[in-house]
Design a protein around this ligand. Structure first.
Ligand SMILES: [Zn+2]
Length: 101
Protein backbone atom coordinates (compact mmCIF):
# COMPACT_ATOMS: atom_id res chain seq x y z
CA UNK A 1 0.00 0.00 0.00
CA UNK A 2 1.30 3.44 -0.92
CA UNK A 3 0.42 6.23 1.47
CA UNK A 4 -0.06 9.88 0.56
CA UNK A 5 3.45 10.92 1.62
CA UNK A 6 4.99 8.25 -0.62
CA UNK A 7 2.76 9.42 -3.46
CA UNK A 8 3.91 13.03 -2.99
CA UNK A 9 7.55 11.96 -2.85
CA UNK A 10 7.12 10.02 -6.09
CA UNK A 11 5.59 13.06 -7.77
CA UNK A 12 8.58 15.15 -6.66
CA UNK A 13 10.98 12.60 -8.15
CA UNK A 14 9.04 12.66 -11.43
CA UNK A 15 9.14 16.47 -11.49
CA UNK A 16 12.89 16.51 -10.79
CA UNK A 17 13.45 14.01 -13.60
CA UNK A 18 11.35 16.11 -15.99
CA UNK A 19 13.37 19.24 -15.15
CA UNK A 20 16.62 17.31 -15.56
CA UNK A 21 15.54 16.08 -19.00
CA UNK A 22 14.54 19.60 -20.08
CA UNK A 23 17.93 20.96 -19.01
CA UNK A 24 19.68 18.18 -20.91
CA UNK A 25 17.62 18.06 -24.11
CA UNK A 26 16.09 21.51 -24.75
CA UNK A 27 18.89 23.53 -26.31
CA UNK A 28 19.57 26.45 -28.59
CA UNK A 29 19.27 25.50 -32.24
CA UNK A 30 20.73 26.80 -35.47
CA UNK A 31 18.29 28.16 -38.06
CA UNK A 32 17.85 25.55 -40.80
CA UNK A 33 17.50 28.27 -43.44
CA UNK A 34 20.48 30.61 -42.99
CA UNK A 35 22.41 28.06 -40.94
CA UNK A 36 23.94 30.81 -38.83
CA UNK A 37 21.34 32.42 -36.53
CA UNK A 38 20.74 30.79 -33.20
CA UNK A 39 17.26 30.35 -31.75
CA UNK A 40 17.50 29.98 -27.98
CA UNK A 41 15.04 28.86 -25.34
CA UNK A 42 13.65 31.71 -23.29
CA UNK A 43 11.91 31.58 -19.93
CA UNK A 44 10.62 28.29 -18.64
CA UNK A 45 11.99 25.41 -20.67
CA UNK A 46 9.26 23.55 -22.54
CA UNK A 47 8.61 19.84 -22.14
CA UNK A 48 11.08 17.77 -24.14
CA UNK A 49 8.35 16.40 -26.41
CA UNK A 50 6.52 19.74 -26.76
CA UNK A 51 9.36 22.09 -27.66
CA UNK A 52 7.30 23.80 -30.34
CA UNK A 53 5.11 25.18 -27.55
CA UNK A 54 8.01 26.86 -25.77
CA UNK A 55 9.25 30.42 -25.89
CA UNK A 56 12.19 30.84 -28.25
CA UNK A 57 14.30 33.96 -28.49
CA UNK A 58 14.85 35.18 -32.04
CA UNK A 59 12.69 32.70 -33.90
CA UNK A 60 10.64 29.58 -33.59
CA UNK A 61 11.01 25.86 -33.14
CA UNK A 62 8.59 23.70 -35.09
CA UNK A 63 7.78 20.04 -34.89
CA UNK A 64 7.87 18.31 -38.28
CA UNK A 65 6.22 14.91 -38.49
CA UNK A 66 6.12 13.68 -42.10
CA UNK A 67 3.27 11.35 -42.91
CA UNK A 68 2.53 8.66 -45.45
CA UNK A 69 4.26 9.32 -48.75
CA UNK A 70 7.42 10.72 -47.19
CA UNK A 71 10.58 8.68 -46.79
CA UNK A 72 10.48 9.98 -43.23
CA UNK A 73 6.99 8.72 -42.43
CA UNK A 74 6.83 7.94 -38.75
CA UNK A 75 9.76 10.15 -37.79
CA UNK A 76 9.58 13.43 -35.94
CA UNK A 77 11.99 16.33 -36.01
CA UNK A 78 12.45 19.68 -34.36
CA UNK A 79 13.62 22.44 -36.65
CA UNK A 80 14.24 26.09 -35.95
CA UNK A 81 13.87 29.17 -38.10
CA UNK A 82 15.15 32.60 -37.12
CA UNK A 83 12.84 35.62 -37.30
CA UNK A 84 14.70 37.05 -40.29
CA UNK A 85 14.32 33.87 -42.32
CA UNK A 86 10.62 33.60 -41.41
CA UNK A 87 10.12 37.18 -42.61
CA UNK A 88 12.08 36.63 -45.80
CA UNK A 89 10.24 33.37 -46.59
CA UNK A 90 6.92 35.08 -45.93
CA UNK A 91 7.79 37.98 -48.22
CA UNK A 92 8.86 35.55 -50.95
CA UNK A 93 5.69 33.50 -50.61
CA UNK A 94 7.55 30.47 -49.31
CA UNK A 95 5.91 30.58 -45.89
CA UNK A 96 2.14 30.72 -45.75
CA UNK A 97 0.87 32.98 -43.00
CA UNK A 98 -2.01 31.30 -41.17
CA UNK A 99 -2.77 33.86 -38.48
CA UNK A 100 -4.06 37.33 -39.22
CA UNK A 101 -2.80 40.50 -37.57
ZN1 LIG B 1 17.81 32.13 -40.36
Amino acid sequence: MIDEDQYKEALQVIELYEQQQRQRLVKARTCICCRTAIVSPSGTLPKVDEQEKGMWEGGAVASVAPGYGSRHDGERFYISLCDECIEKASEEGLAARISHD
